[in-house]
Design a binder for this molecule. Structure first.
Ligand code: 5GP
Ligand code: ZN
Length: 120
């Protein structure tokens, strides 16, 4: 997709700090890290979000997820653990509409209850 930031990162027209790449997926450091280690894993194929996935995307989704522990091991955070997040849609905090898994680690990741939306 021509106006998609992550497709441009895949194409190399926008630079990124790449960590891992194979035929199907790319992993690179998030430009605005929310943890000591914060990387993104994306499929090279443009898919806007999890909402756009069907059974036809099963292989692509498994490749994205299987790359997560691979890269986590490479960065030395697998043993301690890490959080994997897929924000979906504006209500889910998604700002870049090319499917991606966030991986956060390298420090103390707060419990999920701290990440819940504020309620009155
Ligand atoms: P979202 O909010 O869609 O779940 O996550 C998008 C993520 O992409 C954000 O954490 C943001 O910092 C990251 N991001 C946006 N533009 C770029 C970029 O040009 N390069 C890199 N490396 N990360 C980006
Ligand atoms: Zn894209």
């Amino acid at each position: 997709m021509s106006d998609c930031i992550f497709c441009k990162i895949v194409a190399g027209t926008i630079p990124s700090r790449k960590i891992y790449e194979d035929d199907q997926v790319l992993a690179f450091h998030d430009i605005q890290p929310a943890a000591p280690i914060h990387f993104l894993v994306i499929p090279k194929q443009h898919v806007a979000s999890l909402n756009d996935c069907t059974s036809e995307h099963a292989a692509l989704l498994s490749q994205v997820l299987l790359a997560v522990p691979k890269v986590a091991r490479e960065l030395g955070i697998a043993a301690d653990g890490y959080r994997t997040i897929l924000n979906t849609g504006a209500g889910g905090g998604q700002t870049v509409f090319h499917l991606h898994a966030h991986v956060l680690g390298g420090g103390v990741v707060r419990p999920m209850s701290d990440a819940l939306p504020a309620t009155n």
